[in-house]
Ligand binder design. Sequence first.
Ligand code: AMP
Length: 430
Amino acid sequence: MALQRPKGTQDHLPDGSPKLSSDLRASAFAFVQDTARRVLERSGAQPITTPLFEEAELVKRGVGGSTDIVRKEMFTVYYFGDHGGYVLRPEGTASIVRAYLQNGLKQLPAPLKLWTHGPMFRAENVQKGRLRQFHQVDYEVLGSTDPLVDAEAIWLMWEVVRELGLTGVRVKLGSIGDPEDREAYNTYLRGLFGAHLERLSGDSKDRLERNPMRILDSKSEADQALITELGVRPMLDFLGEEARAHFGAVQAYLREWDVPFDLDPSIVRGLDYYRRTAWELHHTQVGAKSALGGGGRYDGLAEQLGGAAVPGIGWAFGIERLLLALDAEGVALPEAEGPALFLAALDEEGVGLAARLALKARAAARVEFAYRALKPGSAFKEADRRRARFAAVIGSEEAARGVLRLKALASGEQREVAFGDLGTFLREHA
Ligand code: AMP
């Protein structure tokens, strides 16, 4: 058998491909990206790109040594049999904060809103909606602790979902407080779970010392059963005065702007650098892997990376998860359009001329041409297969007169268009 793609990766394919399921359409993937880009750029977010691989140390410090991502899921980069301490990035935030610090972006007007999209890599156990290479749209705001920035960030996610046409989405909102609040909560959790050590999964036993809050995030069913049984008090009970006021302000803005949300004490986020506001967007129909995206504030991250203190907040959508949700809701996404014009020569001498006319007409519209001479019937059939709006043929007689014979494929109507008028015709009709 021919070589296969690696486990946990996907091919996104052109419309009309024989093995296409609707969540694997490259045109749908592009539609999601374009929608996010439109929403984000309207808000003043500026594009940024960072490398696909980074120092392992950046990821360790940025994502947190106690996370599954760092402990079990990093793809290490090898070259010439050696490895330079690099890993494929598992998420975008640490890289963007690194780029901000390294490139002096503090000089730009604050708060600085940045966005990016691209592949992320985690060596996870593969299942539907959980891949090893997946794609995120990422939004990060640096340089402000204002709760208005938090609320706007959540609003932007909601806006992307709305513009995509999804309806079955819930915002789950929480706050994980300031570090001292988390410490108090962790002390409480250590006491509580410490008394039931034998019932915790191996991973959660490890977490009990390092970061007991992560137990609440556990993927183990036994852990989740124990959490329910013990009636664990929520983090929200442990918020200090400032974190509580901040959280109250975020909620007030969201209510004012009609963004529906549910308070969810179980939102702890898998990554270590979060502070205060944390949230996830879930879909009601995509099953176990229902998180479409999530975000949070990370005021301590820049310092953790060895830089100056810069507050930040950000979120990421999983594009493949959005595609699954669109598929589950049966949202009709625009099909990739065919060309405005498909142009063919009727004899070999005319092929170069037809191509030249097509290349020139591309200033006005999408135009494709035949790479060899075709009979009129085949030319129209080829145009139809490509879903072109118009087909045109040039024979020696037309070439001599400087005209194209053009047919509108929907109506069958035919007419002649002079070479020099082709651009204007396409601008007006295509
Ligand atoms: P995180 O960076 O873990 O907060 O993830 C943000 C979003 O990325 C999640 O809500 C998912 O939509 C998506 N995501 C995370 N991990 C995966 C994965 N392994 N496969 C597919 N999507 C993922």
